[in-house]
Design a protein around this ligand. Structure first.
Ligand code: AMP
Length: 273
């Protein structure tokens, strides 16, 4: 595995290889969710590139940028063992200059739900993703459905800017008890971890209701809020794949989303129907 720390090193590493490029951007503290993305990239591409970069522009003031988990050594090992060809591990000054052209998330879709709670977050996400996609020149880039709104906005950016890359959506990987894997799960105490199961339990119940024939969004949201008690819920929402709120579930075009604080940890999860 080649470790590239600068854009020049990355270009040299890419120039030494031939074939399709599967790219998995991450912020490190890698878990089985990330590994699944890497496996998907490995299955369909000649070259697999992973980036590890804790992107400062997607953190709002007062968020967990400084304490975001960093596991350089373990992450390098995981990448090596997962068959990654090139690991891109840049410093902030490789990725950003002082006075830059900016990318802004769309006014509506970028500022509802996650974007309403974290205004500007998706501007930062899209800024770094466009840089990374351009640097890597990926044939396909892999993103988790766990971050559904992020995935929708990246897909839209690729369309709006006529970028020549295929965005591949990967199902959420969960612990056996249902908790969606997340680098932020390390913040959870033993008690928090039990409370955190309410997110996946509420989503599971939404699926159950839909299977029983319930379609009305408000009815489903009400039951979910009951299950989520007494967590500090930031939103429960039912949207279509374009992230428009819908009054009724449409099978094949619905995402049910939840965001809540468990203790001081903010968690998000969703289910696609
Ligand atoms: P992050 O390191 O949190 O920025 O995540 C990097 C990529 O991994 C993003 O595309 C995430 O959506 C994806 N990801 C994170 N957690 C999971 C999970 N539990 N299952 C599948 N993909 C995930």
């Amino acid at each position: 595995m080649i470790i590239a720390r600068t854009a020049v090193e990355l270009r040299a590493a890419l120039d030494s290889k031939i074939g399709s490029i599967g790219f998995v951007p991450t912020m490190g503290a890698l878990h089985i969710g990330h590994r699944t993305l890497i496996e998907k990239a490995r299955e369909s591409n000649d070259i697999v590139v992973v980036s590890i970069f804790v992107n400062p522009t997607q953190f709002l003031a007062g968020e967990d940028l400084s304490k975001y988990p960093r596991r350089e050594e373990a992450d390098f090992k995981i990448c090596e063992l997962s068959g990654v060809d090139i690991l891109f591990y840049p410093e902030v000054n490789t990725m950003y200059g002082s006075d830059e052209v900016s990318v802004k998330a769309p006014d509506v879709r970028g500022y509802i739900l996650e974007g309403a709670i974290r205004p500007g977050h998706f501007d930062g996400v899209l800024s770094v993703v466009i840089k990374l996609l351009n640097l890597v020149g990926a044939t396909r880039a892999y993103f988790g459905k766990k971050d559904a709104q992020q995935l929708a906005l990246i897909t839209q950016m690729v369309e709006n800017f006529f970028m020549n890359v295929e965005i591949v959506a990967v199902d959420t990987v969960r612990e056996s008890d249902g908790l969606a894997l997340s680098s932020r799960n390390v913040y959870l105490s033993h008690e928090d971890r039990i409370e955190a199961l309410k997110l996946s339990a509420s989503l599971k119940h939404s699926t159950h209701l839909v299977m029983q024939g319930v379609r009305e969004s408000n009815e489903i949201i009400k039951v979910m809020l009951d299950i989520l008690e007494p967590l500090n819920v930031e939103y429960v929402a039912i949207v279509n794949r374009r992230f428009e709120a819908i009054d009724e579930v449409i099978i094949g075009d619905t995402i049910v989303l939840v965001a809540a604080r468990v203790g001081s940890t903010r968690l998000i999860d969703n289910v696609w129907m």
